[in-house]
Design a binder for this molecule. Sequence first.
Ligand SMILES: [Zn+2]
Ligand SMILES: [Zn+2]
Length: 345
Amino acid sequence: MKAIQLFDKEDLRLVELPKPTIQADEILVRVKAAALCGTDVRMFKNGAAGATANHPLTLGHEFAGIIEEVGAQVEIYKVGMGVCLQPNIGCGVCARCIGGQQHLCNDYRAFGINLPGAFAEYVVIPEDAVKKGNVAIIPEGVSFAEAAIAEPLSCVYNGFLKCNVKPGEFALVVGAGPIGIMHAMLLDMAGAIVIVTDLSAERLSICKTIMPSVEIYSGDHLKSFINKKTEGRGLDIAVTANPSPQAQTGVLELMNYGGRINFFGGVPKHLQPVPLDTNLIHYRELIVTGSTRSSLQQYRRVLEFISHGLVKVEALVTHTYDLTDFKHAFDNALQAQGIKHIFVF
Ligand SMILES: [Zn+2]
Ligand SMILES: [Zn+2]
C-alpha cells in the first residue's frame, strides 16, 4: 500500500508498504478521506519524537474509511461499514480515562502521532481502540470528508464548551483558518454574535463565503470596532485560533466583565512565556481557559452536529488530493492556501 511517512524534519516520503495484516481483536480500515492538520504541518517542519529514518511514522490523524477486515473476536463492527476515528487512545484505567478524559491520559497514544496514521491506504485499528469506543460508525448522509473533519471539530467543541456561551453574547474569533471557522460555526450555532478577525484578507473572505452570518474584520482598529459593536461593553467570548502571543495578550483588553477566553491555538515554545496583564483578568473577572484534543464523548457529539446539519463542515474542504500529490498538499497547507486540505482515496 502507499503511505506518506515522516523520516525526519522536512523529510516526508511516499513509500510502498505491505498491506497490513490484523490480529483477531483488530480492525483494518481502508481509508477514504484523511485531512491535513496544523499538527501534521508542524511535525513536517520541526520533526517529531519517534519519527526517524529507522522508524518512519505514517502521519494523519483526521480520517474516515470503510472496514476492510475484522478480526474473528471483534463484535459490533462489520466489513463494509463506514467508520471514522477518534484518534486518542487512553490506557483505560487511570483516573482521567475513567473520568472520560482519555485524551489527557499520560499514556495516551494516537494515530499519526505515535501510531501509524491515515495518510495511507489502510490503517490497523488496535484492540484497545476497538474496545474503548474510538471507532464511530458514520451516520447516514455524512460523507467521508465530513467524517474526517469531525476530529478537529471535536477539539473545537472542547474549547467551545469551556466558554459557556449564551445566546446573544458577543464573540470574537482570532484566526480565520479551518479551526477559527469551526469555532465561528459552533458559536453561531449557539446563538452568539460572531466576529472573525485575521491578518489575511483572503482567508477572511473565504470565511465570509462559508458563513455569511459572521462579521469579519481586518485592520488596525479592532478595539474601536469591538467597542462600537458592543456599545462599549466589550466581548463576552474570545477564542484565539492561531499560534500568536499577540493575539493572547491582545484579547484581554477587549473583554467585557465576566468574559471567557479560550486559548485554543498553542504558541511556539520559543515565544513563551507570553506576558499577560493579569490585572485585566482580576478586575474584569475574566475566565481564561485552554483546551487540547477532545474526549470520545465530544467526538460522538459533533458527528451528530454534522449529521443533523447544525454545522456545514463540507464547505471547509477547499482542496482535495491524491496521496501521490502529498508535496503539493503540504505546500499549500504550509502557505495557508485555502482552508481544509484532504487526501481522498
Ligand atoms: Zn488535527
Ligand atoms: Zn489513562
